[in-house]
Design a protein around this ligand. Structure first.
Ligand code: CA
Ligand code: CA
Length: 674
């Protein structure tokens, strides 16, 4: 039977069963709520607001929901969010990127506690989600659509902000761990609470796995720490630190066959450190001033020694053979920033509320890299010699200064008008101004919220695209200093309809976004020499549908459907690697606060993996449906056991063609609280 059909059948049976048991336990209201209908979001406007009342599309995932789903990484959690597509190059620890509304991962800004963590030493400045665990996270906020008017460059497709937990109440200590498929084991210690004037939260975890196939080992150590104090009634100081150290074995890739080729001794080592210090001061009750200093440092090292099994030994045909004897690459990227935000509650009356945000941001992006490759070549068995290719991308820095402002006017508690603009002064390109205009209206008679929004955005070229040194071995002419920022313009309209005293919420959003002057690698077909140019245009259109259903207090159903179709206007074709259709459904169930269960299914449609210039056939990556679940049982007030399954029906699938995703995986674990 097809996986989709089985999923549907089992899903229907399960809903029927839960509804039945749910009715018999309807009196039981002790279940903790995974999702509140009135979720608040900060990232969308830089001010804490009810998410649905804003003219901006956002999703908030709480700690409880993360815990209920039982996933290990932020990427796994994001796979269930509407409008998002996560692509991993294989199993645990492998490079993982995120698209928002089908747009490039280069245009997604990722923040941890309001600090950008994108890697400026990566070609497109992309953040790699592969090693980011859910340790010590209180909430994940996702904003879809351009956020440049508030956050500047990089936020063209949207923003993901990961917020570390704030300690509250009596200190709590949690020890947890699990073992399971792929010889995986994980252990975590975490604690949070308030001691005297200090509130804190911390988490230390270790995970290792043998991965999907041969020589796919993975280790991850993650440390997260937050400490805060309300020094005065109107002054709060807060510091956060997150450090991840991970090692993963990766494979070679055969571009002709679009297949992975095992390499037994090829490793990637990643260190990522994020630090933030924030002071929040309220000189008056109508003025909140926040100063944030932040730093994000990413180091990646890749090493490989020769072996006969992988593509280190490569036969080019015509008797020409190369052996890559040794290779080593190192990349260091760092972002430093100062953000000073002032929020003025200018009017705060019953029928008129006006909030003005004014801020200044200074940001530095730094990067450098080195590469060392030793290759021996042969022709017809005769040695032609050994070449040592050393290249170095010397330390580079770009600076960016931004001034932002946004006014939010709320009338009669139903009409919200939002207007924002930001002036950025990237040191290379002159000033950039981005705008944001939005309106939302709550029609109380039918409990419907209507939304509409217009926004512009830009992304400055990355260090690599601008300054990369030429590399004749790769026919690379070097970075292009004449590049200009990529620009985007977007519109969206939508509504949220609540039904049955808000037990049901329906969301609909239509959006369109056009990106001009997209930076692409362009090469001369005769000489093969190439570099980056502002050459392409992408026009994106799509819809997002969401359904939240809480028929009973202890039962919650969330479902979403996303259609996106970004079109490459230069070639008049669909952008590679983007599924047109995606849906997901999640069921959360609590029984007397003793049993908690999650069951989820998600479908990803097929993707064009590559257009072949010499071959008329387009290569495709096929669609898939994956089912995940978790059941945890509280044995006593201090101890719980859980079992979780990922890809339960053992669907063989690939997010990126040629990179096998994990088979059905089962994990058994426990958790002690004291
Ligand atoms: Ca391998
Ligand atoms: Ca090797």
């Amino acid at each position: 039977m097809r996986v989709e059909l089985r999923v549907w059948l089992w899903g229907t049976l399960l809903v029927a069963f839960l509804a039945w048991t749910g009715v018999s336990w309807a009196q039981d209201t002790s279940g903790e709520k995974v999702v509140r209908m009135e979720e608040v979001v900060v990232t969308a406007t830089r001010v804490k607001e009810a998410a649905k009342s804003l003219p901006i599309s956002s999703t908030v995932i709480t700690e409880k929901e993360i815990e209920a789903r039982g996933f290990e990484t932020v990427a796994d959690v994001l796979r269930y969010v509407e409008g998002l597509y996560v692509q991993a190059y294989g199993g645990p620890g492998r490079t993982t990127s995120l698209r928002i509304r089908g747009l490039d991962s280069r245009w997604v800004m990722v923040m941890i506690d309001g600090m950008e963590v994108n890697d400026p030493s990566a070609i497109g400045g992309v953040f790699d989600f592969g090693d980011l665990s859910v340790d010590d996270i209180e909430r994940i906020e996702v904003v879809r659509g351009p956020e440049s008017p508030l956050y500047g460059s990089d936020a063209m497709a949207g923003v993901v902000n990961i917020v570390t937990k704030t300690g509250r109440g009596r200190p709590l200590f949690v020890l947890s761990g699990y073992v399971g498929s792929m010889d995986t084991w994980q252990a975590r210690f975490s604690s949070s609470g308030k001691v005297g004037l200090l509130d804190y939260s911390l988490s230390v975890s270790h995970r290792e796995s043998n991965g999907v196939a041969k020589d796919d080992r993975y280790w991850n150590d993650s440390y997260a720490f937050k400490v805060g104090t309300d020094l005065l009634e109107n002054l709060r100081l807060e510091g956060t630190l997150r450090f991840t150290n991970a090692d993963v074995q990766y494979d070679d890739y055969d571009w002709l066959l679009e297949e992975s080729v095992n390499d037994p001794n090829q490793w990637q080592k990643t260190d990522h450190l994020v630090l933030t210090v924030t002071a929040t001061y309220l000189p008056f009750d109508w003025w909140e001033s926040q100063l944030k200093l932040g730093m994000s440092d990413t180091r990646r090292r890749y090493s490989d020694r020769w072996d006969p099994e992988s593509m280190d030994h490569y036969d080019w045909g015509w008797g020409f053979v190369t052996d890559q004897l040794e290779s080593y690459q190192s990349y260091t990227g760092r972002i430093k920033k100062i953000d000073w935000q002032n929020t003025f509650h200018l009017l705060d009356r019953k029928n008129v509320k006006d909030t003005l945000v004014v801020g200044y941001e200074y940001r530095e992006d730094e990067g450098k890299s080195t590469s060392y490759i030793v290759t021996a070549s042969y022709w017809g068995g005769w040695p032609l010699g050994t070449t040592v290719d050393r290249s170095r991308f010397p330390f580079r820095r770009t600076q960016l200064i931004g001034y932002y402002s946004q006014n939010e006017l709320r009338l009669w508690d139903s009409l919200t008008l939002l207007a924002g603009f930001r002036i950025d002064d990237p040191d290379e390109f002159g000033g950039r101004t981005t705008y944001n205009l939005g309106v939302s209206y709550h029609l109380k008679a039918t409990d419907t919220i209507f939304r509409a929004r217009y926004a512009t955005a830009f992304k400055a070229p990355t260090l690599y695209e601008l300054y990369a040194p030429p590399n004749p071995a790769w026919f690379f002419l070097g970075g292009n200093r004449n590049l200009t920022p990529e620009k985007a313009e977007s519109y969206e309209v939508g509504f949220t309809q609540y039904l049955f005293s808000r037990k049901v919420a329906l969301d609909f959003t239509f959006f369109t976004e056009a990106v001009k002057d997209k930076i692409l690698y362009v090469y001369n077909p005769v000489t093969w020499l190439g570099t980056y140019e502002n050459i392409s245009t992408v026009v994106d259109r799509g819809v997002e549908l969401g359904l939240t259903l809480r028929p009973l207090d202890n039962l919650l159903l969330k479902a979403s459907y996303t259609y996106v179709n970004p079109e490459d206007r230069e070639h008049h074709r669909r952008v590679e690697g983007v599924p047109l259709n995606q849906w997901s459904a999640s069921l959360f169930y609590t029984w007397k606060d003793k049993v908690k269960a999650f069951l989820g299914a998600r479908f990803v449609g097929d993707r064009v993996s590559r257009y072949n210039s010499t071959h008329p056939k387009v290569s495709r990556a096929s669609s898939y449906t994956v089912v995940d679940g978790k059941v945890s049982v509280k044995v006593c007030s201090h101890f719980e056991v859980f079992v979780k399954g990922e890809n339960i029906f053992n669907r063989q699938y690939e997010e990126v063609k040629g990179y096998q995703a994990p088979d059905a995986s089962w994990y058994l674990g426990g958790k002690i609280k004291f």
